[in-house]
Design a protein around this ligand. Sequence first.
Ligand code: SF4
Length: 345
Amino acid sequence: MTTSSTTAADVMIGYAPPGEDIDSSAPGWQDEVRRLAAEQDAVILAHNYQVAEIQDVADHVGDSLALSRIAAAAAARTIVFCGVHFMAETAKILSPDKRVLIPDARAGCSLADTINADQLRAWKADNPDAVVVAYVNTTAEVKAESDICCTSSNAVDVVAGIPAKRPVLFLPDQFLGAHVKRVTGRENMQVWLGECHVHAGISPSDVRDQVAAHPDADLLVHPECGCTTSVLWLAGHGGLPEHRTHILSTGGMVEAARTMTASTALVATEVGMLHQLRAVNPRTRFLPMNPLASCRYMKMITPAKLLRSLREGRDEVHVDPDLAARARRAVQAMVAVGTPSPVAE
Ligand code: SF4
């Protein structure tokens, strides 16, 4: 079925109207994306958890912070951010003069949704001397209420850099917070009890079963993952191959994969990550710790919605300028700490 706005070319390349998807195996839709991107002076960014077709057609693939930095440095007037909403929002915060589009603004994040600005203001009121450290998986409103942001790979440096006497409020991820608290040994740190449904879905029993089934495999574990505590505990008690267990951000996983010599690696994070790892290292067999660990929000971005976004300029991301200025301070404070990592989720 076609609509009045569907052209013959749409049919030929398999483009379907909004609400339907295209056959991404049909030839030509990628050329149409590239043509529209050039026409719109747009750069297309894709998060590591996007479907393979989106990753392959994008100008850049990476984690949220690296992509935001690319967005800020890009000469293009329009940024099309194929990821979830807080990521596109962060790109807008760092690039207020650019037009930022996300192909589906309903692509949220269960982790970012675990705390809102009112809840954070109440938490701060109970702890008036505390320094608020917010993981980048937060809304602009929450960032604006925070003192400093962090990524999964520099969270330890950020917290370690806060004077020992100052209490710390860490949000929103309880697994990353527990990891940071353990590594820094900081007692005066409270952690918000938020979690991502995907990472929390990778259970310690998944880890044990997979490690038993693949005894020679390297383990790549994202620190937000619900199994991290168990992995570290097991490793510390001889239950896992400690020298082959790597706690890494998603960007760190890609770097580690480049030089990996193991024949098999088990990956404990969202399954979209496997596409990047396999692309940089075809020698190693990368297997998911849990093949069901898929982010439904990330998968809301489809080739049809990317085409619609370029054609119709939707969905445009707006952030109030005053709010953006306050949120930008927290993001820039993060960049100024230690050796800021180019990686995040
Ligand atoms: S994988 Fe989890 S933290 Fe990442 S975008 Fe999806 S819901 Fe949010």
